[in-house]
Design a binder for this molecule. Structure first.
Ligand SMILES: Nc1ncnc2c1ncn2[C@@H]1O[C@H](COP(=O)(O)OP(=O)(O)OP(=O)(O)O)[C@@H](O)[C@H]1O
Length: 304
């Protein structure tokens, strides 16, 4: 565990679910078709409940295949919800489709794991950042000014706007991905393993940036990771997921220092989990679906 990530953010934050939540997930069930003819459906989320408060980071930790990404995809409307409810700012969104769903991407954004695949290699950074702005009705001049401010906010030089992703390191690309997510002032960002493809030093600078942005803007994060040291560093509260069920949810310091569930204790002792069950493929599919839906091409409209 990196020593510089040993702080926690729990002070003063009560555990448990709250009435003033920005996002509430209640008894969420998601299943996928089983493999093979007449195979039963596989239940991946088995009644997940959690909430994210305004300005808060809820860390979501669990080993590979436990269902973390599926929760993010369900919130973004990229997988059909079998039962349960997802409420954002007082509105039920689990059945939202089409135009309403695209409008919601103004409020709910994502930062993906792999900065090498999540940026379009043929678009300049300026075009990458302008895309969501133009899509939301910004004029070209207004968008250019906003791109300059975004680059400043993520501590990239102004001339980055004219360059291509291949000219940047992994950490710099992840800053671009963060700037893209921030472009239209979302209220919630699903951060899906946003630093696990980066080396430790770069991880720390990107995490610091996310914290700083939260302080400045009050944005909420649902922060997915398999790495408890990263989760503890980032989160006010932590939810621990195992086999599609939340086994523990509480203040970060309590969950990470005095875990009640044996699985959390085991996680604390375990090394980062290996890439099993096609983790990379699943995450890449998630990115493609979200970007296609944002672009309005109709892909990813899986919820009916
Ligand atoms: N579209 C799909 N069709 C069938 N099974 C799926 C699909 N998406 C996910 N799964 C299965 O659901 C389970 C949970 O996957 P998910 O990606 O949510 O886990 P995770 O906790 O994010 O894991 P990782 O950290 O490895 O990405 C896995 O067993 C996975 O194989």
């Amino acid at each position: 565990m990196p020593g510089s990530m040993s702080a926690d953010r729990t002070a003063g934050t009560p555990a448990g679910m709250s009435a003033g939540a920005l996002l509430t997930v209640e008894d969420l069930r998601v299943s996928f078709p089983g493999k093979g003819w007449r195979a039963p459906r596989v239940e991946v989320l088995k009644g997940v409940s959690l909430d994210v408060r305004p300005g808060e980071t809820l860390g979501l930790v669990g080993e590979s295949g436990s269902g973390k990404t599926t929760i993010g995809r369900a919130i973004l409307g990229l997988v059909p919800v079998h039962s349960g409810a997802i409420t954002f700012a007082g509105e039920r969104i689990d059945r939202a489709t089409g135009r309403r769903r695209r409008e919601l991407s103004r409020d709910i954004q994502v930062v993906f794991q792999d900065p090498y695949t999540s940026l379009n290699p043929s678009l300049t950074i300026g075009d990458t950042l302008s895309e969501p702005l133009l899509g939301q009705g910004y004029g070209a001049r207004e968008a250019r000014a906003r791109v300059a401010r975004l680059l400043e906010r993520v501590e990239l030089p102004a001339d980055a706007a004219h360059r291509l992703p291949r000219e940047f390191s992994g950490g710099q690309r992840q800053r671009v991905a963060i700037a893209r997510a921030l472009a239209i002032d979302p209220r919630l960002i699903v951060c899906d393993e946003p630093v696990s493809a980066l080396d430790l030093t770069t991880q720390k600078t990107v995490l610091d940036l996310l914290l700083e942005i939260q302080e400045q803007t009050g944005v909420s994060y649902l922060f997915v990771s398999h790495d408890l040291s990263v989760i503890r560093f980032m989160s006010h509260r932590v939810a621990v997921i195992r086999h599609g069920e939340i086994v523990e949810l509480g203040e970060a310091a309590e969950v990470t220092a005095g875990p009640r569930h044996p699985y959390t204790r085991a996680l604390l002792l375990s090394a980062p989990v290996a890439d099993v069950n096609g983790q990379r493929e699943r995450r890449e599919a998630f990115e493609r679906e979200f970007r296609a839906r944002e672009a309005g091409t109709g892909m990813g409209e899986t919820v009916s």
